[in-house]
Design a protein around this ligand. Structure first.
Ligand code: GRF
Length: 316
């Protein structure tokens, strides 16, 4: 099984890192930890990771500018082959360059039910507010602190007499379960049909006068009251394939694509010779290319009047 490579950044205890690491020991876990790095060489989590045979890196951020330090961490992550980053109690604000270098590839766990209680002191703030539940959230990291899209949450009931410590200890149990599950879902989402359909839909419906219907049991994109330019197929007739079918300019183009990349392009059964299937389930889809193909397919079926609109738009 191909496993996604994850680098984990910590600052201290590293119990969430340990939870990710132990979950990764299961054979069917879709990720593996390739590096644990800390901004404190004494972080207890580093020795735990090292004892488990994981590569570690610890360096103090003191005396370095934020961007300089982040560059060092970035280089370590890349040298370790990390494809994703999991922040686990990493008490550093990140430089914009680092955040954008790992855009949509970096997660964080936060001990509150976001969007409530960003930042510190989350447990006490939940108790003081009289909330019935506190909890934890895993979210995608964006430039704003604790602000990116939430991928998963676990509510945790606040008990009468809870202190911030007793509540934090209980939420930590929930954190350890939530993080590995959410990370596992996240690294496999590019193989999940609904996520892939969402990506195709976004690109297809961005084209002029495009709409979506169901045709032959498949989500299908066409020009309103006009011809179809794309079909999304998932396991059609039990073939196990997830793909988008688009029109090429001519049968020769279909043949050229299939010859250039026979694993990705194929001739869809029951479609004309100018249609080609582009597999989306190979894990390395170039979405700009898919958008370009959808656009070119749209051009094959668009009425002249609409083509004029597209040509004008293309000039800008
Ligand atoms: C956790 O409560 C986590 O939610 C927060 O920092 C704490 C880290 O704990 N971001 P640990 O180092 O994972 O034990």
């Amino acid at each position: 099984m191909h496993k996604a490579k994850v680098g984990v950044l910590i600052s201290g205890r590293g119990s969430n890192m340990a939870a990710l690491l132990y979950a990764a020991k299961a054979q069917d876990c879709p990720y593996e930890i390739v590096l644990v790095a800390a901004n404190d060489p004494q972080a207890p989590g580093l020795s735990l990771a090292a004892a488990e045979g994981i590569a570690t890196f610890g360096q103090s951020h003191k005396s370095l500018k934020r961007a300089e330090f982040d560059q060092i961490i970035d280089a370590q992550l890349r040298a370790a082959g990390a494809q994703y980053v999991a922040l686990a109690g990493y008490m550093r604000l990140l430089s914009p360059a680092f955040v954008s270098a790992w855009e949509n590839r970096m997660l964080n766990i936060h001990p509150s039910l976001l969007p409530k209680y960003k930042g510190l002191d989350t447990h006490q703030r939940a108790i003081d507010a009289g909330d019935s539940h506190a909890g934890c959230s895993v979210h995608i990291v964006t430039a704003e602190l604790d602000d990116g899209p939430v991928l998963g949450q676990t509510p945790v009931a606040i008990l009468p007499g809870d202190t911030q410590d007793s509540l934090a200890a209980r939420i930590l149990i929930a954190e350890h379960q939530l993080y590995s599950r959410t990370l596992a879902d996240f690294v496999t989402r590019e193989r999940q049909p609904d996520w892939l359909l969402g990506k195709v839909r976004e690109a297809a419906l961005a084209l002029p006068q495009a709409d979506e219907i169901v045709s032959h049991g498949m989500p299908c994109f066409g020009i309103v009251k006009g011809k179809k330019f794309a079909y999304f197929t998932r396991d059609h007739h039990g073939d196990g394939i997830i793909a988008v079918l688009v029109k090429t300019t001519a049968p020769e183009e279909q043949a050229t694509l299939m010859e250039a990349d026979p694993d990705r392009y194929y001739r869809p059964a029951y479609f004309g010779a100018e249609w080609v299937g582009i597999r989306l389930d190979l894990g390395d889809t170039d979405w700009d290319h898919v958008a370009e193909r959808l656009r070119s397919s749209w051009r094959q079926v668009a009425p002249k009047k609409l083509m004029g609109l597209m040509d004008i738009a293309d000039e800008f």
